[in-house]
Write a protein that binds this ligand. Structure first.
Ligand code: ZN
Length: 146
């Protein structure tokens, strides 16, 4: 395979990325503390039914948001662990170095751009096959309605 040879990251680059990840982690912890305050507020507001349904809405909204944040927090943690093992910057799939520019834009990247594109192609064909299945269901439904 004609893989583009990528240089190993320099110590300085690795340190830059580590600081960036740590900053992202701090930002998440800060957001989390703000959210926790918000939840306490909505819970104490639970007076009448209207307020209750609003806070239900807020809480489910919050939950979805938190799930996303939690997912990202896990990715950051995983990336930070790689520094300890000196594996940071290596593609999970092919083991080649991920380009510094890519890591700078996405420090939680686990795959090099080549493997990522391949994974996305697979994902896309999965979505397509899922869609064609659900489209079959839609056709069945409209047949029932007619
Ligand atoms: Zn790779």
């Amino acid at each position: 395979m004609a893989l583009e040879k990528t240089r190993a990251l320099t110590k300085k680059q690795i340190e830059t990325l580590r600081m960036k990840l740590l900053a992202e982690q701090q930002a998440l912890i800060y957001k989390e503390s703000l959210l926790t305050q918000e939840v306490t507020l909505t819970l104490t507001n639970e007076g009448d039914e209207v307020e209750a349904s609003i806070s239900d809405y807020n809480n489910s909204h919050l939950l979805r948001f938190r799930n996303r944040e939690a997912f990202y927090a896990k990715k950051i943690e995983k990336a930070l662990k790689k520094f300890e093992k000196n594996e940071f910057g290596l593609c999970d799939d092919c083991g080649y170095w991920i380009k510094f520019e890519r890591l700078l834009a996405r420090p939680t990247a686990e795959l090099c751009i080549i493997c990522k594109e391949e994974a996305e192609r697979d994902e896309f064909s999965n979505i397509l096959s899922k869609q064609s299945k659900s489209m079959g269901r839609v056709v069945d439904l409209s047949g029932m309605m007619a």
